[in-house]
Design a binder for this molecule. Structure first.
Ligand code: HPA
Length: 271
């Protein structure tokens, strides 16, 4: 708690008005930051106890400003387990958001499409998640200051917000893909056998982020929304070799729709 407090005190000294909404920008989706006005930018390396992001295509900046005139805080660059952080470190910012007084968390990511009705470039609303192959980020002594030991997980992604998001998605992208996001630890992409198994388990998309953050957000009582950019069809679905460059390139192509969706979403949930 002392570490958290040091981080929070530093951020409070830099941010005058704490917004209600925080957005974590996924791989290749960082240019949403360009749309933020009246902004102040804080480098992760300047924030006491904050981890520093190492992935190519991820910056390491906290941006506080306005999106479509709505006050928001955005994380441009997140922390992944595959980088070597432990799960607690990957979710450190979520605890900080809670302590700052943030109410709603918008998690975004790039992922592989498992659902055969999906196409590369689609945006998907995350309806629920699977994380069988990773230990829980909440393992260890419970942080009672944030939440209970045993947490109901039937509403990780806020149902009311999903209903708000559906028509926005339809209007902007012409479709409304919604599904289950499966978490894999990476950094390898999955094997075709893993993808077939995940499909049988009920997954629609697969990626290497978001789930630990969503679990901590749930534990902390933050309302969560998840939006995935399907940057590729998952291993074995098409006869394609998966590369991070292709993932970033497709994310770039999704970006206009993605930005538009988020801009309308923040207005809709701010009402
Ligand atoms: N698998 C896991 N993570 C990903 C993928 C994928 O196919 N695409 C983008 N992130």
């Amino acid at each position: 708690m002392n570490e958290f407090k040091e981080t929070v005190d530093y951020l409070k000294s830099k941010i005058f008005d704490i917004p209600d909404i925080a957005i974590i920008l996924g791989s290749g989706l960082g240019t949403l930051a360009d749309e933020i006005t009246d902004k102040i930018i804080i480098n992760y390396k300047d924030i006491p106890n904050f981890p520093v992001s190492t992935v190519v295509g991820h910056k390491g900046e906290l941006i506080i400003g306005k999106l479509n005139n709505i006050p928001i805080l955005a994380m441009n660059g997140r922390f992944h387990y595959y980088e070597g952080y432990d799960l607690k470190e990957t979710t450190y910012p979520i605890r900080i958001f809670k302590l700052l007084g943030i109410k709603t968390l918008i998690l975004t990511n790039a992922a592989g499409g498992i659902n055969l009705n999906f196409e590369k470039g689609d945006l998907m609303i995350i309806e629920d998640q699977l994380s069988f192959f990773s230990e829980s980020v909440l393992r260890g002594p419970n942080l009672d200051e944030f939440g209970d030991r045993f947490i109901d997980m039937s509403n990780v992604y806020d149902k009311e917000y999903i209903e708000i998001l559906k028509p926005i998605m339809k209007k902007i992208t012409g479709k409304c893909q919604i599904g289950v996001y499966a978490y894999m630890k990476g950094p390898t992409y999955e094997t075709p056998a893993e993808i077939r198994a995940l499909r049988n388990l009920g997954a629609d998309a697969v990626g290497m982020s978001t789930v630990p953050e969503a679990v901590v957000a749930r534990h902390s009582g933050l309302k969560t929304i998840g939006i995935t950019c399907i940057t590729n069809m998952a291993a074995g679905v098409k006869n394609e070799v998966l590369t991070h460059d292709d993932v970033k390139e497709t994310a770039k192509k999704c970006e206009n729709n993605f930005k538009q969706v988020i801009k309308e979403l923040v207005v809709a949930i701010n009402k």
